[in-house]
Write a new protein. Structure first.
Length: 599
DNA sequence: GGTTGACTTT
């Protein structure tokens, strides 16, 4: 136990240094706010609170406990502040999720005649990053260059992150390229910038380069792995994802929760929900994020009831759901036809969980009602006074339009389509959908009218596409055009068979299940209104006739249950239908499934 | 004394 100096000693000049040291030591080791406050009081009594160095320590003690109000009070009362006081307070505001206040302080530094240094600039860039404030970030970047700090490692990494989060990958790469010296954080920031901006291939490429560096100092961390696994998830790269899983296990003693969450998500997106579950169950104390990953993953696999069980389990463990969790729950209900439960969760979001439904929740609910054919209720919900931006509103009206299309509700489709055109969003696909709807009921003039309107306005529809992986190659299929793909005719035949079977079972196309051929394709054929439909498969490695193995990744939402798709495929192909992944196979026979490991 | 990177989203 250390001896506490008596206050009387502090009045003597030779004891000042000792007192400083003692107070600072106590502040740094304060286990709770009460202890820090007590030390504060002692510092105040000793008169040392006027000392900037000591006061900064006190400031940090408060900030360590996220007490920004106390810290701010102290800061405002300090007779003299320096660059450390300003930077510390800025970082404190960032820690409590108030980056705007950090930038406000940064802006006030000049009038206080305090010159920002590399620490301050890195902190300010971090605030821009959190706000995705590209404009301010660019200004700070210019200032960094003016001050000759371009080669600073921390600032450069912060800039890469800021550009990445603001969707300016090119500038992130520019900063990365100009760095003289890089550490694993700069590499990870650049890899994440790619992964977060739908450039997963570049993320994987850069990760490969990092490995080739073969430097101990640049050994990938759990941060790096989480980013690359995320890239695999968005690309549907199961093999690479598994290799990364193995690498994490080999290199890291303990797989941390964030990496585990990324793995749960990756396996789900690559069609291996069993693996997701396995990884998830290995997490000792899963937080809201892995739970949410698992809920969403199960929902996308048509296992809505499992999602709901997970949600209950999460609540029973006292883990508070967030807005994304509720979105996952609604998504699960929507894709498994659990309307009443979905409505119950939507209605109790605010009251039970304190989460106000926003545009995304409304859209999900509209999708749920729309899928079930409750179009009038869905429309009513769309017209409720929810304040929406153009993009959110377009998502909502687009969802309603798809539902109207699937259920042939022309009059509501017209209303939804009109809204979309007014919003100047999804214009091309709206026109195509409307034209197809008119054509399907024989109203050729209306269909033709819309096509003329498209031409007049110069609206062109980009053909939609899906892709498959065949071993290490990716094949892209454009809507209505399978001919450009190897084995295209066989695949087309399989899709046609599937379509017939699904229709026999009463399946009505969902937003990404059945895709109308694009209008230009129809124009090529010189026929308006005769639409062909293209089915997308679920996922998995599927043996189709003549030994062609295809892996279909897209459109997991088809009929809300991929197992249903597998069953159908097995009926079409015969009894020897096998779904493979790298380690396991699933053999479907007479509607039941046998699984096994290859090794 | 104060600075940089990760997971879930309709």
């Amino acid at each position: 136990m250390k001896r506490t100096p008596k206050l009387s000693l502090l009045n003597q000049p030779h004891s000042n240094l000792q007192a400083h040291t003692e107070f600072i030591h106590r502040l740094q080791n304060s286990q709770d706010l009460k202890a820090a406050a007590k030390t504060h009081s002692n510092i105040f009594k000793s008169g040392l609170s006027n000392h900037t160095f000591t006061a900064n320590h006190l400031l940090n003690a408060y900030l360590r406990f996220n007490k920004t109000t106390d810290a701010r009070k102290l800061f405002d009362e300090m007779p003299e502040t320096n660059v450390v006081s300003w930077t510390a307070l800025m970082a404190g505001y960032i820690d409590v999720g108030e980056p705007r206040e950090a930038l406000r302080l940064f802006g006030r530094m000049a009038e206080a005649r305090i010159q920002a240094n590399e620490f301050t600039l890195a902190t300010a860039i971090n605030a821009c990053s959190l706000l995705a404030d590209l404009e301010t970030g660019r200004k700070i970047h210019t200032r960094v260059e003016t001050l000759g700090l371009s080669s600073n490692l921390v600032i450069s990494s912060a800039l890469i992150d800021m550009y990445g989060k603001s969707n300016d990958v090119d500038n992130a790469r520019q900063v990365f390229n100009h760095m003289i010296c890089r550490n694993v954080i700069s590499w990870t920031s650049m890899i994440s910038a790619y992964a977060q901006n739908a450039q997963g291939d570049y993320a994987l490429g850069l990760f490969r380069e990092l490995i080739y560096e073969n430097s101990l100092a640049l050994a990938p961390t759990q941060f790096t792995f989480a980013s690359v696994i995320n890239a695999c998830a968005s690309l549907g790269r199961l093999v690479a994802g598994k290799a990364l899983h193995l690498a994490v296990i080999r290199r890291c003693h303990v797989v941390n929760d964030v990496v585990a969450s990324a793995l749960v998500d990756m396996y789900a997106k690559c069609g291996c929900i069993d693996y997701s579950d396995k990884v998830f169950r290995q997490i000792l104390q899963p937080t809201v994020i892995p739970f949410t990953s698992m809920i969403v993953g199960a929902a996308k696999h048509g296992l809505g009831k499992h999602s709901l069980h997970l949600f209950d389990e999460m609540l029973a463990r006292g883990i508070r759901p967030n807005d994304v969790t509720l979105l996952g729950v609604l998504y699960a209900c929507s894709h498994s036809g659990l309307i009443d439960i979905g409505l119950y969760h939507f209605n109790s979001m605010q009251l039970k969980h304190g989460i106000a439904p926003d545009a995304r929740h409304y859209t999900c609910l509209i999708d749920m009602l729309g899928r079930a054919g409750h179009l009038d209720e869905a429309y009513k919900l769309s017209t409720e006074n929810v304040p929406l931006g153009a993009v959110d509103a377009a998502l909502m009206w687009g969802t309603l339009l798809s539902a109207c299309r699937n259920h042939g509700r022309l009059e509501l489709a017209v209303k939804a389509g009109k809204r979309l055109i007014e919003l100047n969003q999804q214009v091309a696909s709206t026109y195509v959908t409307m034209s197809n709807m008119y054509a399907s009921i024989g109203r050729w003039e209306n269909a033709q009218g819309i096509r003329s309107e498209m031409k007049r306005r110069g609206v062109r529809k980009e053909p939609g596409c899906s892709w498959v992986e065949l071993r290490n190659s990716t094949y892209v299929f454009y809507a209505g055009d399978l001919s450009s793909c190897t084995h295209g005719s066989e695949i087309a035949q399989l899709l046609r068979d599937l379509e017939v079977r699904m229709k026999e079972r009463g399946y009505v196309g969902g937003s990404s299940g059945l895709v109308f051929v694009d209008v230009e394709e129809e124009a090529k054929q010189g026929v308006v209104g005769v639409h062909s439909e293209r089915l997308a498969l679920g996922f998995g490695l599927i043996n189709i006739p003549k030994g062609v193995t295809i892996r279909v990744m897209k459109n997991l939402r088809m009929c809300g249950d991929c197992h249903e798709a597998f069953k159908l495929i097995s009926e079409i192909i015969g009894r020897d239908f096998v779904v493979r992944d790298v380690n396991r196979f699933h053999h479907f026979r007479d509607g039941s499934c046998t699984c096994g490991d290859y090794w």
